[in-house]
Ligand binder design. Structure first.
Ligand code: ADP
Ligand code: MG
Length: 340
């Protein structure tokens, strides 16, 4: 369908009308009227920067509601900042819109951005807007702050540390199945809950910014718990053993796995969780319980860090009978999709 010309906003109208209002919290963004934004360095703090791209058909469904696409884009990035112990401050958006994207779609997209800009207390300080003959492609950069030298890295885990994760794991991967109609045996409330967790994850910002000083290493779970724990282990030069039965499942995910045991592998490896995975010495357990209550996010101890042993896998997942589970795939990889 061709749209009337007036429905096709030009780049400058779009920036002035829809994006500039989201810059109001940052004077240095100059209402998006200049070439670049000016940020004041904050003495005593490190600036933490992260970027995530989302492509229609890969990270979200092309007909997903535009406001939810925008909010997911913000949230997957803030999840990375949370994992590093940082408070979010600024975002920058590079958007490649398919030619012919209309005002209604863009307005709804900007509304979603505005909701989360306000909710998480960040400012949109710049970006770029182009049109593309390809699928909608959105790239967001998020900048945050953490006390200098206290950011949580992947590389600090030590043998003897506990492995912790925030709950619950698997909702996102199950939610995508639910949206695709590939999940049977659940009622509509469970299906809606899981789909909601896929479309609109909750970055654990309150938890993350309390982790410096307690977590020895940490990351967010975006590509699958087992694969991501493997990344953390590799960075730290350690191995880890977790118990499948301790991995926290939402009520809906629990019912999905009870109805079809084979979904446990999807829960452990599926990704799109945006929960925090971290390690801490056992002596920190009581402090972590307090922090979990403060942040209002449940935390679960799912295993233990061990020394890496030659010729053995970095991550072992034990089932209820104590035997190691054989998982075909540890998690999601771009460029090497399942079945290839
Ligand atoms: P230039 O051509 O000098 O790179 P642009 O015309 O692309 O500048 O952008 C003008 C201003 O609008 C800049 O401050 C830029 O950061 C901002 N901007 C452009 N696109 C976006 C966007 N998608 N989100 C936020 N700010 C944007
Ligand atoms: Mg310029």
């Amino acid at each position: 369908m061709t749209r009337p010309a007036a429905d096709r906003p030009d780049e400058f109208e779009l920036i002035a009308e829809l994006f500039a209002p989201l810059a109001s919290g940052c004077p240095g963004a100059l209402d998006l009227t200049d070439d670049a934004a000016f940020l004041k360095a904050e003495p005593g703090f490190d600036t933490v920067a992260t970027m995530d791209a989302m492509v229609a058909g890969v990270h979200f469904l092309p007909d997903d509601p535009p406001d939810l696409i925008a909010r997911k884009l913000v949230r997957v990035n803030l999840s990375d900042l949370a994992a590093k112990g940082a408070r979010p401050a600024f975002i920058m958006l590079a958007a490649a819109f398919p030619a012919g994207t209309g005002w209604d779609w863009l307005r709804s997209f900007a509304d979603g951005l505005k909701q989360d800009v306000e909710h998480f207390g960040v400012s949109l300080i710049g970006g770029d807007t182009v049109s593309t003959p390809g699928p909608l492609t959105l790239t967001l950069t998020a900048l945050g702050r953490v006390e200098a030298g206290r950011g949580v890295l992947r590389s600090g885990a030590r043998p003897g540390d506990d492995v912790w994760v925030s709950g619950g794991i698997g909702d996102g991967a199950l939610g995508l199945r639910a949206i695709r109609g590939q999940l049977s045996g659940l009622d509509s409330a469970d299906l809606a809950f899981l789909a909601g967790r896929y479309r609109l994850p909750t970055p654990r910002c309150g938890l993350g910014r309390r982790l410096p000083g307690l977590a020895t290493a940490g990351m967010d779970v975006s590509d699958g718990l087992v694969q991501d724990l493997g990344h953390l282990c590799r960075a730290s030069g350690v191995a880890a053993e977790i118990e499948a039965g301790r991995v926290p499942l939402s009520a809906a995910a629990g019912r999905a796995v009870a109805a079809d045991e084979s979904l446990l592998a999807l829960v452990l490896t599926g990704g799109d969780d945006y929960e925090l995975l971290f390690t801490a010495p056992p002596a920190s357990a009581a402090a972590l319980a307090g922090l979990s209550a403060e942040a209002g996010v449940p935390l679960f101890r799912i295993g233990r860090v061990a020394a890496a042993a030659e010729g053995e896998g970095l991550v072992t997942v034990r089932g209820g009978d104590g035997r190691a589970l054989a998982l075909k795939q540890a998690g999601w990889r771009h460029f090497r999709h399942a079945g290839q």
